[in-house]
Design a binder for this molecule. Structure first.
Ligand code: HEC
Ligand code: HEC
Length: 441
């Protein structure tokens, strides 16, 4: 009886959830689910007894290990000092979202769960595929049904270390990024209330959100916290370059050492790709030409125009832009057109094709692109040449030097990070039809 009164209270508080529940009761999915044996409100108080799997446990430990050695060197190149390459340190964790094993396990499930999205077909894992490079293997990422995306999907491996996320650096934390991705029209296209209602109908999630965040009902904002925490374990700190910088002089081959000297000298890569993340997180236009699909295919064309419009471009740009203006949208400064955040070179072994629009197929092609001075194979360069970085000019690398540089790029990646896909917990109605009728009395 007390249970029913409790439930009546909840019924009135969570009216939107219940409306959806009632509608959902008519659908076969919910109707077919077995009736709850015990009220979920009781289950909420139980602590999860599930063991966190070994793979995740390992990742959590590795991500947080302190660095054996601190390195604070600089590299001098043509009279300018740049931060030297450094081993990747322990993953940064915001004070209001500490890492716990249970949160990581929940975040992993949510990362693979399409119910955090619109029509449930686009979980994070649809565009950040673990088996490729935790990215999407095409030039332009797939998008929400009815669109393509408009940019290349980045790997989420090591993304926890960036201060600025996305190709144009427009998001500042993994928490807000996850929310943006799940709600964005060309990605998840989810609606917050609906996503929250879906979580509330999965008893396993109700229990987990209660244990981890103290939520009586899962709050969708905490879903982003859990996903961000999971992402903080997808880090790679044991690459050949990390080992080398920490003192293992055999970690790089002779060819790679020659490549390192080119990277920090003749090829000038260190001017932008430096520090522990091999990125200065600044914005440059390096000459990447536009993706021709904007002009030749309808869906990419629609998505591209939509993005122009959605980001508040003027009429002229909306109609005429042929190349991605990149950082320009943030602040609308003409000198930012065609500029993008320097990406990390870590894990790039697995993330082909390359650049914000995926127009460069392999790492060997990237090296050729830089050697030609930021010009593609077909002679094209950025749509905004007035903003092209002065650092990008023909390098005059010999065939052998290109091979050495390419070999060195390999040193930024270790083995693939592989995880078993989770079995997602099923929906269960909160109340039986009989209970709902009784509660209405
Ligand atoms: C439909 C495809 C799609 C879905 C779904 C999607 N992403 Fe992405 N993701 C992308 C693309 C494309 C980019 C690059 C977009 C840009 O920079 O404008 C990106 C960028 C990112 C980045 C930035 C990485 C960096 O280097 O700055 C993170 C982190 C990320 N996504 C996490 C997520 C999470 C978490 C989810 C689920 C809540 C998600 N994504 C869902 C396609 C997708
Ligand atoms: C002026 C700064 C700058 C210099 C110098 C520079 N890069 Fe880059 N690099 C960038 C930026 C910015 C991007 C992304 C550009 C885009 O997508 O339009 C990038 C992209 C890349 C990518 C693609 C990564 C991905 O995830 O798609 C690779 C690989 C790369 N650079 C390697 C190098 C190498 C090797 C050198 C030296 C030959 C070099 N870079 C020199 C700024 C620079």
């Amino acid at each position: 009886m007390t249970n029913l009164i409790e439930r009546k209270k909840i019924l009135s508080i969570t009216a939107p959830v219940i409306t959806i529940l009632l509608t959902a009761c008519n659908t076969s999915v919910i109707a077919a689910a077995p009736a709850p044996t015990k009220s979920n409100l009781v289950n909420v108080q139980q602590k999860s007894t599930k063991k966190i799997d070994k793979q995740l446990q390992n990742l959590i430990v590795k991500a947080q290990q302190p660095l054996k050695k601190l390195i604070n060197k600089t590299v001098l190149l043509k009279g300018k000092r740049y931060s030297a390459l450094k081993p990747l340190g322990p993953v940064p964790v915001p004070s209001d979202n500490p890492i716990t094993a249970e949160k990581v396990a929940l975040g992993k499930n949510l990362f693979f769960d399409g119910r955090l999205g619109g029509d449930t077909s686009t979980p994070c894992s649809a565009c950040h595929i673990a088996e490729t490079g935790w990215d999407f293997p095409n030039d332009i990422s797939m998008g929400y049904p009815g669109t393509t995306h408009w940019r290349n999907s980045q790997t989420i491996v090591n993304s926890a270390y960036y201060g600025k996320l996305f190709w144009a650096g427009s998001s500042k934390s993994l928490e807000s990024q996850a929310k943006g991705a799940a709600k964005g029209a060309v990605a998840g296209n989810g609606e917050s209330d609906l996503m929250e209602a879906r979580l509330a109908l999965v008893p396993e999630y109700v229990t987990a959100f209660n244990n981890i965040f103290g939520d009586t009902w899962p709050k969708v904002g905490n879903a982003w916290k859990a996903i961000a925490t999971f992402e903080r374990t997808l880090v790679q700190r044991d690459t050949p370059i990390d080992k080398y910088l920490l003192g293992d002089k055999n970690a790089l081959t002779t060819e790679q050492l020659k490549g390192k000297a080119l990277f920090e000298g003749k090829a000038q890569c260190i001017a932008c790709h430096n520090g522990a993340m091999v990125s200065d997180e600044s914005f440059y236009n390096i000459g990447v030409p536009s993706n021709k699909r904007w002009e030749t295919e309808s869906l990419p064309q629609i998505t591209f125009r939509y993005e122009m419009y959605g980001k508040g471009s003027n009429e002229k740009l909306y109609r005429n832009a042929k190349a991605d203006p990149g950082v320009y949208f943030r602040g609308k400064l003409a000198e930012m057109k065609g500029k993008f955040r320097t990406p990390s070179l870590r894990y790039t072994k697995y993330t082909a094709p390359y650049m914000h629009n995926g127009t460069i197929k392999t790492l060997a092609d990237v090296v050729d692109f830089y050697d030609r001075g930021g010009v593609a194979k077909d002679g094209r360069t950025t749509g905004y040449p007035q903003n092209k970085s002065k650092l990008i000019k023909p390098l005059g690398l010999t065939k052998q030097e290109k091979k050495q540089l390419l070999a060195f790029l390999d040193a930024f990646s270790a083995e693939r990070i592989a995880l078993t896909r989770p079995t997602l917990p099923a929906y269960k109605p909160l109340f039986s039809e009989k209970e709902l009728l009784e509660a209405k009395k």
